[in-house]
Design a protein around this ligand. Sequence first.
Ligand code: AHM
Ligand code: MG
Length: 340
Amino acid sequence: MDGMVTIERHILDQEASSPSASGVFSGLLYEIALAGKIIQREVSRAGLIELLGKTGDVNIQGETVAKLDEYSNEVMVRTLSMGNRVCLMGSEEVDDVIIPENGAKQGKYVVCFDPLDGSSNIDANVSIGTIFSIFRRKSELGTLPTREDALQPGSELIGAGYIVYGSSTMLVYTTKGGTVDGFTYDPSVGEFLRSHQNIRTPETGRIYSVNEGNVQYWERGIQQFLVGVKAEDKARKRPYAHRYIGSLVADFHRNLLYGGIFLYPRNVRGGKKNNGKLRLLYEAMPLAMVAVNAGGGASTGRMPILDVQPTELHQRVPLIIGSRNDVDEAVRFIAAEEEE
Ligand code: AHM
Ligand code: MG
């Protein structure tokens, strides 16, 4: 930790160095951090609630137990609706876009989020996370927002990041053209403190992360890339280690720090996921912005994730993300197979 810089201080410092900053965006980031604190409190009690809340679904405080992902969604929507900064939200938990009553006309920003990704892992105490994308609104200020406000490509992102609820809780975020910075939550002071300044991901990794049980369904380029990362090649430090938690934020975060590649390919021979599994707007795109700003890469296999124009709020996209040289190599394998 560098001299106990809170996330608030960090955001204010960044704002001070950008003459056009209005403070509204900073307020929005701070709201996301606040939502993260509230969600982490509940996540850290999940086992206890399970233990004590079984009879009649009532927790120790006498409140009805909501599913944690629904609860996290509620927290995000309420927190982001507070300051009239947001005109429209998109959440993995909600079919249509969410328009907050107060900010609809005057809110300058659009936020898409997965409030609790990897929630099927909760019962096993495995790390889970919140992922968010921030855009400027497209529709005119003073009017009602439209669905198109959410359907913006990654090149329009002005901020993105995630919160991982792991052995400690950590918030990682980046802004357009900015650095990637990480903040670890200190429960004793109730603050996110800057712990990782200007994160850079290794250009070449040593880990590959993929649900390899599905390898039979994938295109040949991916299959051959995977054969390559497992083949012994001392000069290239191969074989890579295989690590797969099955919780996107946790798998991504580990690879960001240590170097590695995460893949969730599309199925081309059977299986249902012909666009992969992960969602463009609030899973692939925000992590792509973090990866790219940390010196890494992110691709669908055919184009950069940040160039994909969304057509639907919940659209899925194949995802290859992580260390730049590894992502580039996977993309080359796919292209080579297509030429044949
Ligand atoms: P979810 O949004 O329903 O939680 O699903 C997303 C999760 C990701 O966290 C993870 O990368 C992926 O599903 C794992 O999928 P699989 O079990 O098919 O490997
Ligand atoms: Mg998810």
